[in-house]
Design a protein around this ligand. Structure first.
Ligand code: PFF
Ligand code: NA
Length: 457
C-alpha cells in the first residue's frame, strides 16, 4: 500500500479504463448482437442496462478501488475480510479470459499481415480452418500450430513487456498511444465504409427496429451480457485500475466518460460493420441477413471475403481493419493481465517483475493450448462458459455482497462524494442506489434463473 504505483495524469487513467473497455467486444461482438436482438429496438434494453447496471457498477468499482487501494482481492478483503474470495473469483475469470483473448489478438495480427497480399485467397473459410488454424479431423486433436504460435508469442512479449514497465511508464504510456491511434484508424474505416455502395442497405438492416423482441427475456439477457463484457465490469479490472488513482480524482465523472466512450465506440463499430456488410450483400445480390456474422466468423471469414471484393486499396483496408482489432485487443489484454498480476503482488508481497513473470507467464503457457490443432473448439467452449455463467453470475454476486451483505452503498457513496466533482446526491444519488440495490440484482437474478432453466430443460 505504501508505495502503490500511481497514474501520471487523469487522462492516463481515463485512457487506460477506456482502453480496457474498448476491445474485441465492441468491434466484433456488439454489431451482431444488436442485429440479432431486434436491431434498432435493441437500443432500449441496451441503454437501460448501461444506465442501470453499467455506469452504476463502474462508479461502484472505481470507488472501491480508490477507497480500499488494492487489487480486487485486497480491496474486498479490506472492505470485509470475509469477502476476499470474491476478488479471487473475479481474478480467476480474468485469467481465463486472458488465455483466449490473447489468441484472438494473435490471429488478428496474422491477418493484418495476410491483408498485404490477400493471402487467404477465395475460400476464406477453408483458409482459416484448414491452412491457418490447421484444425484437424476429429480424433487428430493436438499438436502445435506454428502459424498461430509465432504471433501468439509476439502478443505475449508485447503485453508482458508493457506490464514489466509498470503502471505509469508501461500501461499508461501504451494506452496513450494505442487508443488515439485506434480511434483514428477506426474513423478512417467507418468513413470509407459509409461511402461504399450498399452502405445504406446495411444501415437500414442494422437500425430497423423489431419491436416484437422487446418483451423477450433473451434480448434483455443479451443487453446486460454485452454491457458487462464490454465495460469490463465484474472482472476485477476497474477496481484494480482505480486503485492507482491519486487521492483527488473525479471518479463519478470518470465513470460517465468511460461508459459513454465505450458505447459511442460500439455504435461506431455497428455503423462501420453494417455499412460493410451492406456492401457485401449488394455485391452478391443477397439480403443483409445472409451475410451477417459475429465473432470469429465475422472477423476472419466474412471480412476477408469483403476485402477481396473491395473496389480499391483492398490491402490497405484489410491492414487497417485487422490493425485496429490488434490495438483494441491489446489495450484490453493489458488490463486483464494487470488484474491478476496486481492480485498476486498484493497477496504474496512479491515484486512486480516476479508477478508479471509468474502470472503473465502462466497465462501465456495456458494460451498455447488454443494454438493447437483442436484449439478452436476449446476457445468456443471457454468463451461460451465465461460469457454465460462467469460474468453475469460474478456481477450478481458482487452487487449482492457489496450492497446487501457488506452494506457498502452508503460508505461508498460518501467516499465518492468526498472526492468527486459530480456528486451522487439528489436524483443522481437515488438513481445510483436504486440501480445497484434493486434493479440490477433483480434483472441479473432473473437472468441466472432463466439460464439455468433453459440449460436444464
Ligand atoms: N471490454 C473488452 C471488450 O469489450 O472487448 C473485453 C474485456 C476486457 C473483457 C477485459 C473482459 C475483460 F476482463
Ligand atoms: Na468494450
Amino acid at each position: 500500500m505504501e508505495n502503490r504505483p500511481q497514474w501520471g495524469t487523469r487522462a492516463g487513467f481515463i485512457l487506460a479504463a477506456v482502453g480496457s473497455a474498448i476491445g474485441l467486444g465492441n468491434i466484433w461482438r456488439f454489431p451482431a448482437t444488436a442485429y440479432e436482438n431486434g436491431g434498432g429496438a435493441f437500443f432500449v434494453p441496451y441503454l437501460f442496462a448501461l444506465l442501470t447496471a453499467g455506469i452504476p457498477l463502474l462508479i461502484l468499482e472505481f470507488t472501491m478501488g480508490h477507497k480500499y487501494r488494492g487489487s480486487a482481492p485486497l480491496s474486498y478483503a479490506r472492505m470485509n475480510k470475509k469477502y476476499e474470495w470474491l476478488g479471487w473469483w473475479q481474478v480467476g475469470i480474468a485469467f481465463v479470459i486472458s488465455t483466449y483473448y490473447a489468441v484472438i489478438i494473435a490471429w488478428a495480427m496474422s491477418y493484418s499481415v495476410f491483408s498485404l497480399n490477400l493471402k487467404w485467397g477465395e475460400d476464406t473459410g477453408g483458409f482459416l480452418i484448414g491452412e491457418y488454424l490447421q484444425v484437424a479431423a476429429p480424433g487428430e486433436i493436438g499438436g502445435l500450430v506454428p502459424s498461430v504460435l509465432l504471433p501468439l508469442v509476439i502478443v505475449w512479449v508485447v503485453t508482458l513487456g508493457i506490464l514489466f514497465k509498470g503502471v505509469k511508464k508501461g500501461v499508461e504510456v501504451a494506452n496513450k498511444i494505442f487508443i488515439p491511434a485506434l480511434v483514428i484508424l477506426f474513423l478512417i474505416i467507418v468513413v470509407r465504409a459509409l461511402t461504399l455502395e450498399g452502405a445504406g442497405t446495411g444501415l437500414n438492416a442494422f437500425f430497423k427496429p423489431d419491436w416484437s423482441t422487446i418483451a423477450d427475456g433473451k434480448v434483455w439477457v443479451a443487453a446486460y451480457g454485452q454491457i458487462f463484457f464490454s465495460l469490463s465490469i465484474a472482472f476485477a479490472i476497474m477496481i484494480t485500475y482505480s486503485s492507482y488513482l491519486p487521492k483527488k480524482a473525479d471518479i463519478t465523472n470518470n465513470a460517465f466518460i468511460t461508459g459513454f466512450s465505450n458505447s459511442g465506440f460500439e455504435l461506431l463499430a455497428g455503423i462501420g460493420v453494417f455499412s460493410i456488410l451492406g456492401f457485401m450483400a449488394v455485391q452478391q445480390g443477397v439480403g443483409v441477413d445472409e451475410v451477417v456474422a459475429g465473432g470469429v466468423g465475422l472477423a476472419f471469414v466474412v471480412f476477408p471475403q469483403i476485402i477481396n471484393e473491395f473496389p480499391a486499396f483492398k490491402e490497405l483496408f484489410g491492414f487497417l481493419f485487422f490493425g485496429s482489432l490488434v490495438l483494441a485487443g491489446l489495450s484490453s489484454l493489458i488490463s486483464i493481465v494487470e488484474t491478476f498480476i496486481a492480485g498476486v503482488q498484493d497477496k504474496f508481497k512479491v515484486s512486480r517483475t516476479k508477478a508479471v513473470a509468474f502470472g503473465g507467464g502462466l497465462s501465456a503457457l495456458v494460451s498455447i493450448l488454443f494454438a493447437t490443432k483442436g484449439g478452436l473448439n476449446f476457445l468456443d467452449v471457454a468463451d461460451y462458459f465465461i460469457n454465460q455463467f462467469g460474468v453475469a453470475l460474478a456481477g450478481l454476486v458482487q452487487v449482492i455482497v457489496v450492497v446487501w451483505f457488506a452494506r457498502q452503498l452508503k460508505p461508498l457513496q460518501s467516499h465518492a462524494n468526498e472526492i468527486s466533482d459530480v456528486k451522487l446526491t439528489g436524483f443522481l444519488g437515488s438513481w445510483w442506489k436504486l440501480s445497484l440495490a434493486v434493479i440490477t440484482p433483480i434483472v441479473l437474478g432473473y437472468m441466472m434463473f432463466d439460464l439455468i432453466r433453459t440449460n436444464i430443460a
